[in-house]
Design a protein around this ligand. Sequence first.
Ligand code: HEM
Ligand SMILES: *[C@@H]1O[C@H](CO)[C@@H](O)[C@H](O)[C@H]1NC(C)=O
Ligand SMILES: *[C@@H]1O[C@H](CO)[C@@H](O)[C@H](O)[C@H]1NC(C)=O
Length: 359
Amino acid sequence: MAFTRLSAIVVLALGASQIANAAITKRVTCASGHVTANAACCALFPMVDILQDQLFDGAECGEEAHSALRISFHDAIGFSLHGGKGGGADGSILAFNSTELQFHANGGIDDIVASQFPVFQQLDLSAGDFIHLAAAVGVANCPGAPRLKFMFGRPPPKAAAPDLTVPEPTDSVTKILERFADAGFSPQEAVALLSSHTIAAADVVDVTIPGTPFDSTAGTFDTQVFLEVLLKGTAFPGNGSQAGEVLSPLAGEMRLQSDFAISQDPRTACFWQAMVNDQNRMVTEFKDAMAKLQVLGQNTRKLVDCSDVVPVPQPFAGPIKFPASFSNKDLQLACKNVRFPNIATVAGPAPTVAPVPGS
Ligand code: HEM
Ligand SMILES: *[C@@H]1O[C@H](CO)[C@@H](O)[C@H](O)[C@H]1NC(C)=O
Ligand SMILES: *[C@@H]1O[C@H](CO)[C@@H](O)[C@H](O)[C@H]1NC(C)=O
């Protein structure tokens, strides 16, 4: 079987100058017709189709795509540069779900584990490759997102990560930045990773309002979350004040305490503010930080770069706007030395943000 598959593969070497180069750039046409840099990646294209059909409701940027990104973070961050924690981006959260789902910070992750498990069982992938491929494919379904890298070949996870590696929204900025630093991320990279909250909603912060988004455009990978977290809060979206949330500016929206604190802290406020309406900065920094996150704890020399199996996301037209009725007067800006961009306001009365369906 391996033979027939190989015979169906056509290897096209590129220019002669590139052949002379030690790192030969190859183009392989798979039996399926897809083109990739490495024949080992051919097996992934049909798996991407299965993920799109069975997990992402036909390539949607919905609840499962959002949760696939969140679980990739909770998996990978179980790692320390100094040892003594978990195996990082190894899929332990899926393979050792009965342990890791007990951790308080993994509240709400049970839903995506339940959706992913039957699909995982169908595919010939390690748990780590499954979790991190699903995240890259899910993110690609969101207009405006970067095309994340995908490195292929993680070995099966050895053990569950220990508890208390995943930041909580009730943690101080110092505690959050210390945890990120312990895993190898600077404050700027931590802010870049929080771009994820542009396609995010909460199910368990306030259990009375599942699917409550963090910005008014949870189906688009835009910089709207960086703007809306900076708007003065006026009300709680659900059953009063819950641990981990602060007053939110919009009806139907949740503002996490940690996002707000990071937007105001002198160590991170300017990184946060600089993201507002700078789509290019956000996607570039997010892509780089995710590339690092998704191979934490892995021997990258043993992985194959299969990034070209990840679908190309739709662009986001932009620019972003203040939600209706909001303007500069509503901003809480802590960074004085980054000029705030000029942003127009959507016409009409203040909106009520709809929950993310399926939560
Ligand atoms: C300071 C660090 C972070 C904290 C405290 C935090 C906290 C949270 C909380 C409390 C929720 C809502 C959970 C629920 O009630 O269902 C959430 C959702 C989410 N988080 Fe984070 N998070 C952090 C960083 C990240 C990072 C680095 C990523 C990815 C790179 C990420 C991706 C997401 C996504 C995509 C969701 C939405 C999931 C969904 O809508 O189903 N978060 N986060
Ligand atoms: C957790 O993993 C086990 C296999 O280790 C699997 O049988 C089970 O279905 C998983 N749990 C959930 C909630 O998916
Ligand atoms: C709403 O919050 C109150 C306390 O603030 C609590 O007693 C009540 O059970 C909550 N309602 C629901 C439906 O969770």
